[in-house]
Design a binder for this molecule. Structure first.
Ligand SMILES: Nc1nc2c(c(=O)[nH]1)N[C@H]1C(S)=C(S)[C@@H](COP(=O)(O)OP(=O)(O)OC[C@H]3O[C@@H](n4cnc5c(=O)[nH]c(N)nc54)[C@H](O)[C@@H]3O)O[C@H]1N2
Ligand SMILES: Nc1nc2c(c(=O)[nH]1)N[C@H]1C(S)=C(S)[C@@H](COP(=O)(O)OP(=O)(O)OC[C@H]3O[C@@H](n4cnc5c(=O)[nH]c(N)nc54)[C@H](O)[C@@H]3O)O[C@H]1N2
Ligand SMILES: [Mo]
Length: 802
């Protein structure tokens, strides 16, 4: 079959699924059309636009989409296409009621796609799993909390329970949650951060003393250059494109470092800029685009430093000023000479080999950095989700520190966070490795004795459940069974629990992977009015740049029988800890009281209520900007790992020695129509993929070499040193602009390939972006199967019927 025949054949056999290169800029009319379509689908056209007008406004609610900060001088619209989708899916009129559960067994629901489950709508009542009928049945709130208390009291010790948090939980909910869990007696706080930016938190703690970014939006107004490492703002942080567009318009450099050519990083049409829309014009975003191999960033950054070092030597020899900021280094840092010594020991050949960049490109990149006096480094999952994620973050900090570019206007570190309050949850003490200072403060304010033993993160929790050491799993939001690696192993581990509990807005697969007892506790969403004794309550969140502000919903709650997250936590605490001196219910009467206690525990939250009610809230200063370094040495620390250690770890050695077939490196990433495990649709517009998700992006030369063809179906098998067979079936090859040896496919379908043991050494983040895989010729998907998580045919039907 030639290509066009094959295309026709595929189209006939797969409805309207198609591959069609996207030639327009990101954003623009396509984004607006998509918003309208999603509002219609969720049946909220009237309600939707009222809701959207309130997003990110001083008196409205914080967008549950992402953690990018709002501009202070916000005009009427301060949301993006994907934020609008997140809101539409939350503010939907569709519901999953007890009557619905009465008509459908959990086994039947388990066979439906994730897309189908999400599309059922909002959960309206608390329900308990009944094994006899294999159905969820109604339960009163009081009985639900009694059941939780029974199970928790039956444990041998509090460490047999784990308390997960997904990053949407508000500061108020998170604060009460950690207080409850520590009063109960454990630090087992697996958190979505453990799969996301934990390497950032751990790496920056080593380097600059606090695991948060150092810049604010104002810094973007005066930066010379923005270096964008491994993130895809066009899809995941669309409002950030507005910021980048401004930088680009005033002549600032934007330099993208990404194995894939992402449309949003190339061109952007701002739906908020009428002139651009009317003329169909667009702004080029990146002036420079470098495409390293997957995982090549560490070598690339080491190479940048090696160039700087060589130029520095030349400069000094000819009596010119140093290219490093020698004064800053002497006053503020330790470890510079050791770092330089390691860099001098590293061979250029190894740097080129591991980065995948040519000598010319690497030199150009280093030059761009040399020429920028004010650089902002932005990064996302392409940096963090590697076995060397923490080392990557150290290297980002090394580069800026070497040039004194932290604490200077227009320069600094900018991790681009995911969930809208993931940073705030950590600030509030959701941390499996709490500092003694935090625990002392909690104990002082509440008169409790917090446990001192470190707890489990995500990876350890899964292992502990599998080994029977953790028997109760409670999740405040999220979709643990699908977001985590090694899907079959993880789901089996959850099933072994005596009790699984999920506090949630929408039905998802985790609710169907039940322990012996299981509860779903439905909660209010951000868009809804949270009425308590003292009137409607606002919650607070912290964005990616450490701004704290309020959020209050305006819609009537979807049901009378749902509770707010803080209320659920407080009632659970009351039931589990009858002797507790903490006035749990009193806190719920007015969340101002929770904020007063937060102010008592954390110095930086002094006068919390006073400051947070001001429009825009307040900003938490990063001590590094005052050159205060809360590290072990009291200075900023240059941290270096030898290249050989980074690239010759156990798994890479195993992959390199694997002789049966060619081993590629697979990244597992997001499409445009998804929010983590939530699928809004089946298109990945900017990458030209429509109506399907089971695709594998591959370099044409690799396709040719392997004897494959475009559109051919393949099975993907990962190769890890533990020898366990992990395979997913039926992915269609899409030729793509991606380096040789690198592949990309969507998460969560590919999560069964990620070995639980393949994680960053320090932060333990699963290495979802560096999965060693081999490919086998395969067949078109036949039917839905759990290991592959999504049934494309089934989901196709749902979308095409719109
Ligand atoms: N619409 C929408 N918004 C979201 C989310 C969502 O799912 N949908 N998720 C939210 C969450 S929780 C998060 S954490 C963020 C995630 O936002 P991102 O950090 O953008 O995460 P990914 O979509 O996984 O994209 C990773 C990017 O890194 C690149 N990449 C992969 N491997 C490498 C590498 O080795 N080196 C480099 N330099 N680049 C690499 C990929 O090509 C891709 O462009 O978005 C948040 N916002
Ligand atoms: N292979 C691979 N795996 C990954 C990643 C990857 O790039 N590749 N990314 C990782 C990352 S960055 C992250 S952050 C995790 C995400 O992991 P999670 O945070 O666990 O997953 P989400 O899909 O964001 O959770 C969605 C669910 O949250 C619930 N929900 C939504 N809004 C609310 C609310 O307001 N309150 C409550 N209580 N519940 C709510 C809904 O029931 C919804 O189904 O996945 C990680 N897993
Ligand atoms: Mo994330």
């Amino acid at each position: 079959m030639d290509n066009s025949e094959e295309q026709k054949h595929i189209q006939e056999n797969n409805g309207f699924a198609r591959i069609e290169p996207y030639t327009h800029p990101a954003g623009g009319w396509g984004a607006l059309l998509s918003v309208a379509r999603n509002l219609k689908r969720q049946d909220i056209l009237g309600k939707g636009s009222i809701t959207l007008l309130n997003i990110n406004q001083p008196t409205g609610f914080d967008c549950p989409g992402c953690a990018w900060p709002e501009k202070k001088d916000a005009h009427a619209f301060n949301f993006c296409e994907n934020g609008a989708k997140a809101v539409a899916f939350e503010a939907t009129s569709k519901t999953v009621t007890p009557e619905y559960f009465a008509g459908h067994t959990v086994s039947w629901l388990s066979e439906q796609s994730d897309f189908f489950l999400e599309d059922l709508g909002r959960l309206t009542d608390p329900v308990r799993y009944d094994a006899a009928t294999d159905k969820y049945v109604p339960i009163s709130w009081d009985d639900a909390f009694k059941l939780i208390a029974q199970h928790l009291h039956a444990l041998d010790n509090p460490d047999q329970a784990a308390f997960y948090t997904s990053g949407r939980a508000s500061n108020e909910a998170a604060f009460l949650y950690q207080l409850f869990v520590r009063s109960f007696g454990t630090n087992n706080f697996p958190d979505c951060s453990n799969m996301c930016h934990e390497t950032t938190s751990v790496g920056l703690l080593d380097s600059i003393g606090l695991g948060k970014g150092t810049v604010t939006l104002e810094d973007f107004d005066v930066a010379d250059a923005i270096f964008s490492f491994g993130h895809n703002p066009g899809t995941n942080h669309p409002r950030m494109l507005g910021t980048l567009r401004e930088v680009s318009k005033r002549g600032g450099n934007i330099i993208a470092i990404n194995p894939i050519k992402e449309r949003g990083l190339e061109r952007f049409q701002d739906p908020q800029a009428p002139l651009e829309m009317m003329t169909n014009g667009s702004t080029p975003i990146s002036r420079y685009y470098f495409q390293p191999k997957i995982g090549g960033d560490y070598a690339l950054m080491l190479g940048m430093l090696k160039h700087l070092n060589e130029w520095d030597k030349k400069a000094l020899a000819s009596g010119k000023p140093s290219v490093f900021d020698r004064n800053f280094i002497a006053v503020n840092t330790v470890g510079f000479d050791e770092m330089i010594a390691e860099i001098e020991r590293t061979e250029w050949a190894d740097i080129y080999k591991h980065s995948g960049l040519s000598p010319e490109h690497l030199e150009k990149l280093a030059k761009l950095f040399l020429e920028s006096e004010r650089s902002i480094f932005c990064w996302g999952m392409g940096i963090t989700q590697h076995r060397h994620g923490t080392a990557n973050v150290h290297m980002l900090a090394n580069l800026l520190l070497a040039r004194g570019q932290i604490g200077r206007p227009g320069a600094g570190l900018c991790p681009v966070r995911g969930h809208s309050n993931v940073q705030g949850d950590r600030t509030m003490g959701i941390n499996e490795l709490p500092s003694p200072k935090l625990l002392d403060n909690i104990d002082r304010v509440f008169g409790i004795k917090s446990p001192r033993k470190n707890g489990h993160g995500v990876v350890e929790t899964i292992k502990a459940m599998a080994e029977g050491e953790v028997k109760v799993f409670i999740g405040l939001g999220g979709n643990f069974a699908v977001a985590t690696p090694d899907t079959p192993y993880t789901q089996e581990a959850l099933r072994k629990c005596n009790l699984t509990v999920h506090v949630a807005t929408k039905l998802n697969r985790s609710h169907l992977v039940c322990g012996k007892d299981a509860l779903i506790l439905p909660c209010l969403g951000r868009t809804e009015i949270d009425e308590q004794l003292h009137g409607p309550q606002a919650i607070s969140v912290e964005d990616s740049m450490s701004n704290i502000h309020l959020s209050a919903g305006r819609n009537a709650p979807i049901s009378d029988n749902i509770l707010s997250e803080p209320d659920i936590v407080a009632r659970m605490a009351e039931a589990v800890l009858p002797d507790s001196q903490i006035k749990w219910k009193w806190y719920i009467e007015s969340y101002d009281r929770i904020r007063d206690s937060i102010a008592d525990v954390f110095d930086e939250f002094h006068d919390f209520n006073l400051r947070v009610y001001k429009p825009g809230g307040f900003h938490l200063e990063h001590p590094a900007n005052q050159h205060i370094w809360n590290t072990k040495s009291g200075k900023a620390q240059f941290m270096i790992t030898p290249l050989s250690e980074v690239y010759a770890d156990k798994e890479n050695q195993y992959a390199a020695a694997y002789t049966d077939s060619k081993v590629y490196t697979l990244m597992t990433t997001r499409s445009h129509d998804q929010y983590n495990t939530t699928l809004y649709g089946l298109d990945d517009r900017y990458r030209g993929v429509f109506g399907q998700r089971r695709v594998l992006f591959m370099n044409q030369a690799d396709i040719d070499e392997a004897g494959f063809e475009a559109n051919q179906w393949v099975d993907i098998e990962s190769v890890f040193s533990d020898g366990v067979k992990r395979i997913v079936h039926s992915f269609r090859i899409v030729p793509y602009n991606i380096p040789r040896g690198s592949l990309a496919a969507y998460y969560p379908e590919t999560n069964p390939l990620v070995a639980l043991s393949s994680h960053d050494k320090y932060a333990k983040i699963p290495a979802s972006k560096s999965v060693p895989v081999i490919l086998h010729p395969g067949n078109a998907p036949e039917h839905f199967n759990l290991a592959t998580a999504v049934a494309p045919e089934d989901a196709d039907k749902k979308v095409s019927s719109l």
